[in-house]
Design a protein around this ligand. Sequence first.
Ligand SMILES: [Zn+2]
Length: 189
Amino acid sequence: MTSLSEDQQSKKAAIQKGATVWGVIAGAVVGLLALWLLGGQGSAVRFGGAIVAAVAVGVLAFRASFNSGAKAAKCAACGAAFSRSRTDRQETVTASTPKEEREEQEDGSTKVTRWTEDALDVLETYTCAKCNDETTRNFQTTRRRDETETTEPRAKPKAEPKSGKDGAKMGSWGGGGPTKGDSPKGDQG
Ligand SMILES: [Zn+2]
């Protein structure tokens, strides 16, 4: 078994870190799901089951992610593990298309989103740290840019103003009349 160089070790650590994040997320999701599914059980069964399910799924997710990362980082030419990393990325814009999306709002106005969609041709170069073998990956993708968002008012103001009876307001006539209640009471002793 060959010992890993510093580059390979840091690459391995990065892949492990990513796999750990996936494992924790998957474990947490499944654990919470198990807690919910075992809602009718006693608390020992409920929490025990949730922990077992979370750990099992977390480990599986970690392994799957780590293996796929390790496989991608393995050099096909010399077989060195954790040696392949991206060294270059070139993007070529092959087409730019203006796009528009209209969304009706509850108040009758329209939210208009406009952007330019670039079609990209991406060429990535991966280099092996051990034998300097270069491999390239070519793929197409799209990217939004210059996104703007405007709101257009409703097109037809067909809603008439409600003709409410503009009768006189019922004033409150009941006034507080002058109360004559301050007749002095004679003290009777
Ligand atoms: Zn190599």
